[in-house]
Design a protein around this ligand. Structure first.
Ligand code: AMP
Length: 501
C-alpha cells in the first residue's frame, strides 16, 4: 500500500509484515507497535494534506523528542512533503532565518514557543506539539481515518532539508532525497547486521542526521524495536541495557556512561553493538570502554550532507582512532586540491555515491563550491588513510567546534562578539573538554579597558542557543597572527588546551 512513495515504502516494511511488533518501548509510557506508529503517521499525513500541504512543501519542526514527532517525520514524507527539523535550542531569531530561507507551508513548534514564533512564521500555518505528544497538531486526531494513500514520490524527490551552519555566513539547507536516505540506511543495516531481533537504545535527538536517519531509519528498515528515550540519560540507558542489543551515541554518551559504576561486562552482557559517531572518539575512551564492558566500540563517520560515509568493520578489527572504511556503495578519496594525495598523506576527504545530498537549498554557488559536477562532494574534513585502508580524521579544514555532539561554527559567535561595544576582535576555538569532547572558548581583544567578561557572556546568552555559548571567555591584549595577518587558531588551541584540565 505504500509502494508509490520511495522512502516510506521501504521504511514501512515492518509495519506491513508485522504490525503488532513493538517499535518503541518507552519507560513509564505504553509501548507503540509498528502498526500504531504508521497509523499515526497516516493520520498526520492526512492532516497535513487537509491543511494544504502540496508535494515539495516544507514542514518545519522545532519540537521535543516524542513518538509523535517521529510520526510527523513519516507523515510529512508520506504526504509528499519535505521534513525540516530544527534544533530545539535555536532562538527565535535563528528560527526566523530558517523560516525565511525555507518558506515552509507548516511550522510545528512547542506550545511554549508559539506566541514568540507565530509572528515570525511568514504565512506558514503554525501548529503545536509538546513533550507529551499533545498540541494543536494532534487535536481530535485519535480515531480518525487511517487509510491515507501516500503521495507518489520517486528516488530523486526531496524527503528532508537539514540545516548545517556555514563557516563564512548563514546556515545552509542540505537537500536530501528519498534515495539518499534509503540507500544509506540499507547499507548500514547490512553492515551492522541489524535484524528484527535487535533492540536499539535510541537516546539521540531527532533533529539531527544521527538520531533521525541513522538510528530511526535503521531501526525501521530492519524491523527492530527501540527503547525510545526523550534524551540522553545515563541511568535510563543503563536501565535499558540488560534487555537491549545495540546503542548509537556520540562520544559524550560513552564518556558519561563510563562514570557510572553500574557499567560492567555482566550489565552489558546482552548487548552486541555499541556505535559512536558525529565527533571524534578518543582512543582512551575506546580502551576504557573495552576494559569496562568487553566490547569494542564501532566508530563511524558521516555528515549531514553525505549521511554516513565510513564505518569500522563489524567482524574485522575495529581500530581505535580511525573511522574505518568507506561504506559499500560509497567512493572515498583524499585530495589536495585537484589531485589525490599519496597513501598516508593528509588531505581533504571527498565522497561520492547515492548517500551524497542534492545540494544546498537555494544556494547554487555554495553547492558548486563543494559538490563537483561529477558527483564528488568536498567534505572539508582532513584525513589520512593507512596502508590497510582505515581512514583517520585528523582535523577539520573549517575550524568547526563539536561540543557534546553539536556543531558550533566559530564565525557565527565571533561576528556576534565583534559587534559588541568595547570589543576590537575575537577568535572562537574549541578546546578539549572531558565531558563535551570540545568546549567553545572565546578569546577577545578589547578597545575598552573596562570591558567585562560578564557583559560578553550575557550578550551571548541572549542571542545564542545554549550549546553555542562559550564555556569560557577571556580578554587578551592581542591575537596571535601569521605573516599574512591570519589569526593562528592552532596556536590558540594549543595555548589553552588545558583550560578544562
Ligand atoms: P554533522 O553534519 O553535524 O553530522 O557534522 C559532520 C562533521 O562531524 C563531519 O564533517 C566531521 O567533521 C565530524 N564527524 C562526524 N563523525 C566523526 C567521527 N567519527 N570522527 C571525527 N569527526 C567526525
Amino acid at each position: 500500500m505504500y509502494e508509490s512513495n520511495y522512502l516510506i515504502h521501504r521504511l514501512a516494511q515492518g509495519a506491513v509484515t508485522a504490525p503488532d511488533k513493538v517499535f518503541a518501548r518507552r519507560p513509564g509510557l505504553a509501548d507503540v507497535s509498528y502498526g500504531e506508529l504508521f497509523a499515526g503517521a497516516q493520520r498526520l499525513a492526512q492532516r497535513l494534506a487537509t491543511l494544504g500541504l502540496e508535494p515539495g512543501d516544507r514542514v518545519a519542526v522545532q519540537v521535543e523528542k516524542t513518538l509523535e514527532a517521529v510520526q510527523l517525520y513519516l507523515g510529512t514524507v508520506m504526504a509528499g512533503g519535505i521534513f525540516l527539523p530544527l534544533n530545539t535550542a535555536y532562538t527565535g531569531s535563528e528560527v526566523a532565518y530558517f523560516i525565511g530561507d525555507a518558506t515552509p507551508r507548516i511550522l510545528v513548534c512547542d506550545p511554549t514557543r508559539a506566541t514568540e514564533l507565530t509572528p515570525l512564521a511568514d504565512g506558514a500555518t503554525v501548529l503545536t506539539l509538546d513533550a507529551t505528544g499533545q498540541g494543536s497538531l494532534m487535536a481530535d486526531l485519535a480515531g480518525t481515518e487511517t487509510g491515507f494513500s501516500p503521495v507518489a514520490r520517486g528516488a530523486d524527490d526531496l524527503a528532508a532539508i537539514l540545516y548545517t551552519s556555514g563557516t563564512t555566513g548563514r546556515s545552509k539547507g542540505a537537500m536530501l532525497s528519498h534515495k539518499n536516505l534509503a540507500s544509506n540506511s540499507e547499507a548500514l543495516v547490512d553492515l551492522w547486521r541489524f535484524t528484527a531481533d535487535d533492540v536499539l537504545i535510541h537516546a539521540l535527538p531527532i533533529f539531527h542526521t544521527h538520531g533521525l536517519f541513522v538510528a530511526t531509519n535503521v531501526a525501521l528498515l530492519s524491523g527492530a524495536s527501540t527503547v525510545f528515550l526523550p534524551k540522553f540519560d545515563a541511568v535510563a540507558i543503563l536501565d535499558a541495557m540488560p534487555a537491549a542489543t545495540a546503542l548509537m551515541g556520540v562520544p559524550t554518551f560513552y564518556t558519561r556512561l563510563l562514570q557510572n559504576p553500574r557499567l560492567t561486562p555482566e550489565h552489558a552482557g546482552n548487548m552486541r553493538l555499541f556505535i559512536s559517531g558525529s565527533a571524534p572518539l578518543l582512543v582512551d575512551t575506546h580502551e576504557q570502554w573495552q576494559a569496562r564492558t568487553g566490547h569494542r566500540i564501532l566508530e563511524r563517520y558521516g555528515m549531514t550532507e553525505t549521511n554516513m560515509s565510513t564505518s569500522n568493520p563489524y567482524d574485522a578489527e575495529r581500530r581505535a582512532g580511525t573511522v574505518g572504511f568507506p561504506l559499500p556503495g560509497v567512493e572515498l578519496r583524499i585530495m589536495e586540491g585537484e589531485a589525490e594525495v599519496t597513501q598516508g598523506e593528509i588531505g581533504v576527504i571527498e565522497v561520492r555515491g547515492d548517500n551524497v545530498f542534492q545540494g544546498y537549498w537555494k544556494m547554487p554557488e555554495k553547492t558548486a563550491e563543494e559538490l563537483r559536477p561529477d558527483g564528488w562532494f568536498i567534505t572539508g574534513d582532513l584525513a589520512q588513510q593507512d596502508a590497510d585502508g582505515y581512514v583517520t580524521i585528523v582535523g577539520r579544514a573549517k575550524d568547526l567546534v563539536i561540543t557534546g555532539g553539536f556543531n558550533v561554527y566559530p564565525k557565527e559567535i565571533e561576528s556576534l562578539i565583534d559587534d559588541l561595544p568595547g570589543v576590537l576582535e575575537s577568535a572562537v576555538i574549541g578546546v578539549p573538554h572531558p565531558d563535551f569532547g570540545e568546549a567553545v572558548v572565546a578569546v577577545v581583544v578589547a578597545t575598552d579597558p573596562n570591558l567585562q567578561v560578564r557583559s560578553l557572556r550575557d550578550a551571548c546568552a541572549e542571542s545564542l542557543a545554549k550549546f553555542k555559548q562559550p564555556k569560557h571567555i577571556m580578554i587578551v591584549s592581542e591575537l596571535p597572527r601569521n605573516t599574512m595577518g591570519k589569526v593562528q587558531k592552532k596556536a590558540l588551541r594549543e595555548e589553552h588546551a588545558d583550560l578544562f584540565g
